[in-house]
Design a protein around this ligand. Structure first.
Ligand code: SF4
Length: 351
């Protein structure tokens, strides 16, 4: 089902599905029991643009900490639970806006029913998640290994189980670290699942590998009109996940806003520290609320021409550089003043 046609599900004050903007989420990597550290990380993630946050709830102390964490943050909080249905119930009672469970590892039907009843009482959405690493043996045997078909069957079995228990406030996720299997599984599940899909590539890897796998996987899935909320999984600071997720959505034309910094790859003509300068520009521009393109070019020979499609740009020379607007050179400035000159231009952009 195309994202326009999925059911709308509320998570705190955010709606996903039914054509709502694709929400960016991440997961804390602090101990959830440590309220101060977890809340501080969530506030940093909020600042970076995170819209929904998930915390692992491995203990009763963590479930109870959710109530305190919620008082300190401003975005919906999702509790991630494995194995123990009592933790899911406690997380809901302590204010979780959504819970993520794998009904396959939460216990017998009675325990799943107890969680569903509590979610219903508090009107809290349940994300039903299946993962290629924990696909049921029977499905592995039936489909001759871990396959996209098997993942979809596993997810839909769990969806039907919860529907039969009288609840349809659901979000579904199927994850695989095999990117192309993940893409195929999403294509298939979108045909049969009316609920919003949480999309992510699991165990994607460190910064480089994780970003590439997530960009390719999410790009192929989202570009088919599939996916309602995303998480980029990286082994690193979760703030990096948010930056990557925003860039993926912007690149696909699924989100507007923010300064896009483009920079040349540098070559034998480059006479300034362009790599350092491009990074500084990216950092400086991150907090300026403009929807424009800024070019950072390495030389005054090709720079102005190549920066033509940008709204504003700088091009480095020897000890000095050019300020360019819409491909026209408007000013010559000393190299050490390039960054500040650009910053002033951006700050007074709308004047
Ligand atoms: S803009 Fe200049 S320095 Fe950068 S790649 Fe092009 S020719 Fe080389």
């Amino acid at each position: 089902m195309n994202r326009e046609a999925t059911k709308k599900i509320r998570i705190g004050d955010i709606t996903i599905g039914g054509g709502s903007p694709i929400a960016i989420q991440s997961m804390t990597n602090t101990r959830t029991e440590d309220v101060e550290a977890t809340a501080a990380q969530i506030l940093a993630l909020e600042k970076a643009g995170c819209e929904i946050i998930r915390c692992a709830v491995p203990t009763m102390e963590a479930a109870e900490a959710l109530a305190e964490i919620k008082k300190k943050i401003h975005i919906p909080l999702v509790a991630d639970i494995h194995f123990d249905h009592r933790l899911a119930i406690a997380a809901i009672e302590n204010g979780a806006d959504k819970i993520r469970i794998n009904p396959g590892n939460i216990g017998d039907a009675g325990r799943v029913q107890a969680v569903v009843d509590k979610a219903k009482e508090y009107k809290v959405a349940i994300r039903v998640g299946v993962n290629s690493g924990s696909l049921e043996k029977a499905l592995v045997e039936k489909y001759g290994g871990v396959t996209a078909e098997g993942l979809v069957k596993s997810a839909m079995d769990k969806v039907h189980l919860i529907e039969e228990m009288g609840y349809d406030n659901l979000v579904v996720s199927i994850k695989s670290s095999d990117v192309m299997m993940c893409v195929e599984a999403h294509r298939r599940i979108a045909e049969v699942c009316p609920y919003p899909l949480h999309v992510g590539i699991t165990e994607a890897g460190t910064l480089l590998a994780g970003n590439i796998k997530s960009s390719v996987g999410l790009g192929l899935i989202l570009n088919q009109g599939i996916g309602d909320t995303i998480r980029v999984s990286l082994t690193g600071d979760p703030v990096e996940e948010i930056k990557s997720a925003k860039l993926i959505l912007k690149t696909l034309g699924l989100r507007k806003g923010g300064i896009e910094v483009v920079s040349c790859p540098t070559c034998g003509r480059t006479k300034i520290d362009l790599i350092g300068l491009a990074n500084q520009v990216e950092q400086m521009a991150a907090d300026i609320p403009l929807d424009i393109k800024v070019a950072v070019m390495g030389c005054v020979v090709n720079g102005p021409g190549e920066a033509k499609e940008a709204d504003i740009g700088i091009a480095g020379g020897i000890g000095e550089g050019l300020l360019i607007k819409k491909g026209q050179v408007v000013k010559k400035v000393k190299e050490e003043q390039l960054l500040e000159t650009l910053r002033q231009e951006l700050l007074s952009w709308n004047e």
